[in-house]
Design a binder for this molecule. Sequence first.
Ligand SMILES: [Zn+2]
Ligand SMILES: [Zn+2]
Length: 413
Amino acid sequence: LHQIGELGWCEYQTTYYLYKQLLSSSFELFLGSEVMSKEARMGVPSAETDRSFFQKAKEAGVPDDFLEKVKGGLTGLVAVLDTKQEGPHFGFRFDIDALPIIEDDDSSHAPAKEGFSSQHRGTMHACAHDGHAAIGLGLACFVEENKDKLTGKYTFIFQPAEEGSRGAKAIVDKGWLDDVDYFLSGHIGVEDLAVGTISATTTQFLATTKLDVTFEGVSAHAGKKPHEGKNALLAAAEAALALQGITRHGDGTTRVNVGKLVSGSGRNIVAEQAFMEVETRGSTTDLNKYMVTEAIRKIKAAALSYDVTEKVDIVGEGIAVNSNKEWIEEVKAATEGSAFVSNVIDEAPIGASEDVAYMMKRVQDQGGLATYLLYGTPLQHGHHHKAFDFDERVLTVAVNVLMNVIAKKGCFR
Ligand SMILES: [Zn+2]
Ligand SMILES: [Zn+2]
């Protein structure tokens, strides 16, 4: 999985790999438009990016009839095993996408040393989603092996495009979470912890919105006719500074970042176009909404000030949510005496955004209980770093935790 890392909505090889692993099991497998509402997807990549990963999948031998079902960015997989015995409905979510990072080829980086670096140069699993997918497969093995002894229903969601908060909502809209009683998801790492330490719940999810902003002006000769130009570069520059000056809200934490700004074509030309990647965050969904409203006004004001046009596209969105506290005791009781889990922390702050929040909220709104666990691993480098790596023993720990929760919920007949 590490070797075939793919960007969000382009996980063609990864989805096929998961599909193949589960094909001979009793799980019912769902692909393509069965997995998600196509229109609710956010931040779908350019046709060129899509084509490049699609082509790589073809060359790697992914069969045409499979690709036909997932083409156009309908990646990801839902696997359902219904024991038909009365019992709870469990939902699990594992994200599967990689990041646009050139992986470190230094021999101190384990994948480079052991020969399993990304084969897709410029795309790398630097957030452990390859590990998450592996945990999903591990847990699926447990459910498959014990299917005659278990009660209830088990829905495994292998979600595309988590990075940038783009994928979860489209799956929620398709109804997969509507009657889930117990929903578990989580992340490897996040905090630098020993293997065997886990957090039963997490707090401080930030709501977030990702905005692509384009300014459109008019180019002109910078010496002879500057007055005939309309300067998109200056509008973008002014917007970038003004965004940092949004008045902070008194009710809680907010964030804003301009992470990318590209503009202009040459020294002596009034810049015709500018493009910015912006994100806002807030400790509640309302605080984030406040930041978005303010950001859009600053962007429009900058455009007006330079008489250029502006276009704002929302390309990703995540809400704020909390784990149900009930899970603290549940997870502790479930992992008591486990040979793999040595320490359970009640809660850990995540301080970032996760689009699984959409899934958790849907489950909670329908009366179910949801949590987001952290699985400890020492981290030499942080997430999204070119030499990110985790201790693979954490995979066993995570599968063990989820197995034990199923067992604790009394699902063994
Ligand atoms: Zn990440
Ligand atoms: Zn991640």
